[in-house]
Design a protein around this ligand. Structure first.
Ligand SMILES: [Zn+2]
Length: 302
């Protein structure tokens, strides 16, 4: 986990802060199109790195990204968080991850975060937005503005409690306190966060999911959030997940993204891909291929 500690794109640096990495989801739970035959056909590269042999569960990383540029510190997504009670999945309930310690190991304390960028409002992306303080949920990052897609926020407000049945209600403990503290800032579908740091819409997984673009010219990266969850979706771009609000729109966004960024050299960071997470997309005949950093190109700063 200590290799590839950071990347640089022009004047902007990128680093991951991992909460967890390991076998988490059944391929049949996450991908309705997946059959045992698909897994057997890809076993030579899936196991053991991307699928645990014993349990059959897919390896899923839950992590944040730190962007630093010219004194500005941006945190992209905040994992699942600690002490959360109302969670359906045991992994996320009353967790005690050493995530804040890992943030400090990266040289950043909570007070240093200027901007928290929420790619979308799912349970595994908003947890550290808040922490438990004497029985109350308060923003973990006291000096930060929390940027949230207006489209995304309007969706979850309209969807109400029923949309949270699968996961448990994380909006009340991890999103609403940020609004109550006056630290939430709703943004449109395209938004410049800072020079060479911008967000754009990648709808489907959720209606207002945002990707982050870093750098310029020949040194660019895209943090594409949950546009894809696992390398199986590079092999099968039509596969959306059961967690997608609109699987058809998610498919259209994903395939368009692959076509736009294949063979460009841009580094792509899907939120849940295992270490080192980043890599490039290439065309492989009529298919696509994901090459992780360090496998056949030396792209990394440290
Ligand atoms: Zn996610």
């Amino acid at each position: 986990m200590t290799s590839h500690r950071h990347w640089t794109f022009g004047d902007t640096s990128l680093q991951r802060v991992i909460e967890s990495e390991g076998p988490l989801l059944s391929p049949f739970e996450i991908f309705p199109d997946c059959t045992q035959a698909h897994l057997d056909a890809n076993r030579n590269w899936l196991v053991p790195r991307f699928q645990d042999a014993a349990s059959g569960l897919l390896t899923i990383t839950i992590q944040s990204f730190l962007i630093r540029r010219d004194g500005l510190t941006v945190l992209v997504d905040s994992c699942s968080g600690n002490d959360k009670e109302t969670r359906a999945r045991p992994q996320f309930r009353r967790a005690q991850w050493p995530w804040l310690e890992r943030l400090r190991e990266a040289g950043v304390s909570p007070e240093d975060i200027d901007i928290v960028l929420c790619s979308h409002l799912h349970v595994d992306h908003v947890g550290w937005n808040t922490r438990l303080d004497n029985g109350r949920w308060v923003p973990t990052f006291p000096n930060a503005r929390y940027l949230i897609s207006r489209r995304e926020w309007e969706h979850w407000q309209a969807a109400g409690a029923k949309a949270l049945e699968r996961t448990g209600d994380y909006i009340t403990d991890s999103v609403l306190p940020v609004f109550a503290a006056g630290q939430a800032e709703l943004v449109g579908d395209e938004h410049a966060v800072a020079p060479n740091v911008s967000v754009e819409l990648a709808p489907g997984h959720t209606p207002g999911q945002m990707m982050v673009r870093l750098g310029e010219g020949g040194a660019q990266a895209i943090l594409c959030a949950d546009l894809m969850h696992h390398p199986l979706q590079v092999r099968y771009p039509a596969w959306s997940t059961r967690f997608c609000t609109d699987p058809g729109a998610a498919r259209t966004t994903r395939i368009g993204f692959f076509k736009a960024h294949a063979d460009t050299g841009r580094l792509i960071f899907p939120a849940h891909f295992p270490t080192p997470t980043g890599g490039t997309i290439a065309r492989d005949g009529k298919d696509f291929r994901f090459t992780f950093c360090g496998e056949d190109h030396a792209c990394c700063g440290g």
